[in-house]
Design a protein around this ligand. Structure first.
Ligand code: HEM
Length: 509
């Protein structure tokens, strides 16, 4: 760091410290004169906003922990006491509760901003991966935090989610027992979740430090997605972006305050104001809103993946690698590729239909003789029974959910198009916006009961379509676009683009 040459400070106390440990020189370099592209839009506020939210969550969390009791007999009542008797306790709790939601809002906007403007591409891959790691840690922290008030959703949410780990072959049960500290969500679960919920935000803090470090090595991307070419393209971070970040933060805080003071419970679930009761299962168990798209992906896999289906998927994956990811196929000729496509598709259809037959109402099958014959023939095939399927529906759901987060980690190698910003990539922009829509649709599907339907369409199909698009976007569309998409002409420099925009605005006036 700044241990070499340094300018002396006027303030004697600052100078005394800095000459012994040049922390002010470092801050001045990284946050004062640090050159940032001059064309940031308001989407570039959300990193600073996320940082503010992390600090808010840690500060309010520590105060809450002073009054909270991590014991199943007292946790619910200790939270009620915070709400009613502790001075300002209600405010601290509402800031923390709604803070989790607003932290996720900020981070979701931050992630989608990065995707839209291609901020994950070279040379910012590590910065992006550290971000994805932060997101994963945030998910774990929020999940464990929701268990602490020991309401009905705390208990049953934890029961459902940890139950999914049992789907992992051989070691699943042991993992679940380790997570819970027993065979069900009980006192040992609550105490370990409390300990980890207190610890993880500090781990997040450390990873955010690395995130910012990596950012300050590569420098920021910008809405045009082109590199800065010199001082004419940049502005010092202070005062330009300290002021802009503060303005964005204040607007964000105003909306956050509306929730804290006027609708503090709207983002939560009313069942969590009922004390946890292992003898009463809520009619409809849902996670917090920010997990809903991932919850929909988890529930989208309702079929067992038998050997036919898996072999078909492997065929398809090989085809994607050979014909989509590679510029030229290495191992397969075009005719072999077509043959694999037909056979793979046939195997997937066979495996899927054969497994689905087991769930079709026998009465309906009796009335539709043709299907009965087909199902009978398929089910007589070896390895078609649900018990013989190597990947059960439950395990398939878990793999899909973890896979959906894993896509973020490998994104820089799936989209290798040299142009970063969606502004110059019309097709990418279209498919990206569709991804955002699908993500919202998945969120809606996740919020509804598993057997619900919309306009007569079972939501299960909508969830499956959304999940298919999600994976298709990352694994197929992005690599294809990387190879074939024609882009709009890029501006020569940030400076030139900013100037020409200014000239256009002035001409209008
Ligand atoms: C606690 C959560 C996070 C905090 C506090 C945080 C903080 C920041 C800050 C302050 C910046 C610079 C300002 C800006 O570009 O907005 C930044 C940039 C960036 N962050 Fe994060 N971040 C977080 C999570 C994430 C996540 C989850 C991802 C992606 C998965 C991510 C990806 C990026 C990228 C790619 C940049 C560079 C953007 C650019 O230069 O265009 N961050 N982050």
């Amino acid at each position: 760091m700044a241990s070499g040459e340094r300018e002396p400070f006027q303030n004697t106390v600052v100078e005394w410290i800095d000459s012994r440990m040049p922390i002010f020189t470092m801050l001045q370099k990284e946050y004062g004169v640090f050159p940032a592209p001059k064309n940031f839009n308001y989407f570039w506020n959300f990193g600073a906003i996320a940082m503010f939210m992390l600090a808010t969550m840690i500060a309010t969390g520590i105060v809450l922990a002073m009054h909270y009791t991590a014991n199943t007999h007292m946790a619910f009542d200790s939270v009620e006491r915070i709400m009613r008797d502790v001075n300002g306790g209600w405010l601290i709790r509402y800031i923390h509760m709604n803070g989790a939601s607003f932290f996720f809002i900020a981070v979701y906007i931050h992630i989608f901003r990065g995707m839209y403007y291609g901020s994950y591409k070279k040379p910012r891959e590590l910065l992006w991966i550290l971000g994805a790691l932060i997101f994963l840690l945030m998910m774990a922290t929020a999940f464990m935090g929701y268990v602490l008030p020991w309401g009905q959703m705390s208990l049953w949410g934890a029961t459902v989610i940890t139950g999914f780990f049992t789907a992992i072959p051989y070691v699943g049960e042991s993992i679940q027992t380790l997570l819970l500290g027993g065979f069900s969500v009980e006192n040992p679960t609550l105490t370990r979740f409390f300990a980890l919920h207190y610890l993880l935000p500090f781990v997040i803090f450390a990873v955010v430090f690395l995130h910012i470090w990596a950012l300050h090595v590569t420098g920021s991307n910008n809405p045009l997605g082109i590199d800065t070419k010199g001082p004419q393209d940049t502005l010092p971070f202070h005062p330009y972006y300290t002021v802009k970040d503060t303005f964005g933060l204040l607007v964000f805080l105003m909306i956050y305050c509306v929730f804290i003071f006027f609708m503090p419970d709207i983002l939560g679930h009313p069942d969590n104001y009922t004390k946890a009761n292992p003898l009463v299962t809520p009619a409809h168990i849902v996670p917090e809103w920010y997990f809903l798209p991932f919850y929909a992906i988890l529930r989208a896999i309702t079929f067992n993946m038998n050997l036919y289906f898996i072999v078909g998927l492997v065929f398809l994956f090989v085809l994607i690698v050979e014909f989509i990811w590679r510029k030229k196929p290495v191992y397969l000729s075009a005719s072999a590729g077509w043959a694999m496509l037909v056979i793979g598709g046939f195997l997937i259809l066979t495996g899927f239909t054969g497994d689905s037959c087991q769930r079709i109402d026998p009465k309906w099958l009796d009335e539709n003789g043709g299907f009965k014959g087909l199902c009978g023939a398929l089910q007589s095939l070896p390895g078609m029974s649900a018990a013989a399927a190597p990947i059960s529906a439950k395990l398939g759901g878990v793999l899909a959910m973890f896979g959906s987060v894993a896509m973020l980690f490998v994104l820089p190698w799936l989209d290798t198009h040299p142009v970063r910003s969606a502004r110059y990539r019309p097709l990418y922009k279209l498919f990206f916006l569709l991804l955002v829509v699908m993500f919202l649709v998945l969120g809606y599907v996740g919020s509804q009961p598993a057997d619900a339907s919309l306009l007569g369409i079972p939501l299960i199909y909508l969830g499956l379509a959304g999940t298919g698009y999600y994976f298709g976007y990352f694994l197929v569309l992005l690599p294809l676009l990387s190879r074939f998409e024609k882009t709009k002409p890029l501006p020569e420099s940030i400076h030139q683009a900013v100037l020409s925009k200014q000239i256009k605005v002035e001409a209008k006036i």
